[in-house]
Design a protein around this ligand. Sequence first.
Ligand SMILES: *Cc1c(COP(=O)(O)O)cnc(C)c1O
Length: 372
Amino acid sequence: MSLAPAKNRAPTPKPWIEAIHAYVPGKSSGADGRPLIKLSANENPLGTSPAALAARAAAVEPSLYPDPDSTALRRALGELHDIDPARILCGTGSGELLTLAASAYAGPGDEVLYVRYGFSLYEIAARRCGATPVVAPDADYGTDVDALLSLVSERTRVVFIANPNNPTGSFLPRDELARLHAGLPSEVLLVVDQAYVEYVAPEDDDGALALAAAHGNVLVTRTFSKAYGLAGERVGWATGATELIEVLNRIRGPFNLSNSAQAVALAAVRDVRFVEHSRLHNLQTRARFVQALEALGNHGIRPLPSEANFVLVTFEGALTAEVAYNGLAERGYIVRWLPGQGLPHALRFTVGHTHDMDAIAAALRQMAEASK
Ligand SMILES: *Cc1c(COP(=O)(O)O)cnc(C)c1O
């Protein structure tokens, strides 16, 4: 059989790449293009640390390549968290590092395991390297350690867990995370994605950093995109055994953090007060929002417990999640509806300013009462 003339043939992506659906980001405008108050991407409603903004203005000139190793930033992170900088790797957002972790340790024929309602990037990371995603059932939207462990096979290479998890907000306590780790063979990499860790009460430490310091098969990722208010600068970092960090370092983008990203993140690391202020604002406003929604239980509206800067709310009554989503958009708010993640009956609300969350709770009550 002869091939068609070259000019008629297009490059063919690998079959595992064909299977990927592009990541769906939170929207920032309504169907008519009108800008809305954005509570769909878990960004920090308090903005960015003023010190970080000042550092951006002063960043090195753009004609020069950045420090390829983000040396000053890794040193500052090491000091803050008491970690040897040799065990820290910075990434273009933690998303780069999650993807690298899958690519380095899994490939065609291997399995990558995570929970149902896990972060949507894990499926993309698994498929991108040709591995097979394996999804463990949830326990009332939370992580079920036994379900995860029962799906570990001789093909499992990487287990992803976000703690707290997005989009559910659920949190796996220290003893459960330790139990998950203890149940995994030592050649399986456990990735603990702590994108929202700054919002967790300090006394509820899940112990992931200690696991990463003590074991050769634990990688912890963190980000500047949420509590640090730097989503637009694309900065994340990971820590684990030196051997893990060295492997990921070989396959990352060579100059992955721009000059301004490094300068801004360095200033942000030092401004611990901004992060603490963000945590307290979130704690208070989230509790107030959850309390307001708990009063709507008779309408089938249920806020799930959250340790993060968002709340997942299920709608099982006359007011559906889709109708609520559209009603809120009409009132100027864009939140996250996740039918593509198996959650057509739920909305995820980023915790914004208190007056906005009050207005949303009041609007939901109004819509629920009108749809009885
Ligand atoms: C937002 C988020 C991240 C952070 O992604 P970046 O690439 O660092 O912006 C990572 N994991 C989870 C679960 C998230 O929700």
